[in-house]
Design a protein around this ligand. Structure first.
Ligand code: CU
Length: 150
């Protein structure tokens, strides 16, 4: 009888552990799915612009290698006040922490992940999308794209 009680306990413990892991997985899956989405009630009015992270590499005559990470395309155009979803697909480089100068916009583009950056500018100008890890040629860059608002 003692043996049977112990076994039931094990079964119950196993069942509870299984349920906790299963519900955590479901929760995580639904959470991560909603990461790429943001509140966009007027979905149809938001234009999409696609961008990727790329890499140039070259070997010098002395065998030394040089490289530069890039946003591609390097220039995008927006109308003043226009809503755009900038979708950045991380291809080359593990992580690119970025800012858009003159705004509060910042984040990280990761390899094999699509990062959606909602954009809307009230002022004309050229805004620089800068990767903080690769800002210039001495840091495997310049990983800078130009957002032209007119
Ligand atoms: Cu970068």
């Amino acid at each position: 009888m003692q043996f049977l009680v112990l076994k039931m306990r094990h079964l119950i413990t196993f069942f509870i552990t299984f349920m906790v892991i299963a519900s955590a997985s479901v929760w995580f899956y639904t959470q991560s799915g909603s990461l790429a989405v943001f509140n966009q009630a007027d979905d149809k009015e938001v234009r999409e612009i696609h961008m990727v992270t790329g890499e140039f590499k070259a070997k010098l005559p002395d065998g030394k290698e040089i490289e530069a990470y890039r946003w591609d395309p390097g220039t995008i155009f927006l109308e003043k006040g226009e809503k755009v979803n900038l979708k950045i697909w991380g291809v080359n480089g593990m992580e690119h922490p970025y800012i858009i100068e003159g705004t509060d916009i910042k984040g990280v583009v990761k390899k094999a992940e699509e990062t959606v950056v909602p954009l809307q500018f009230d002022k004309d100008g050229v805004y620089r999308l800068v990767c903080l890890s690769h800002p210039d040629k001495d840091n495997s860059g310049p990983m800078v794209a130009y957002i032209v608002v007119d």
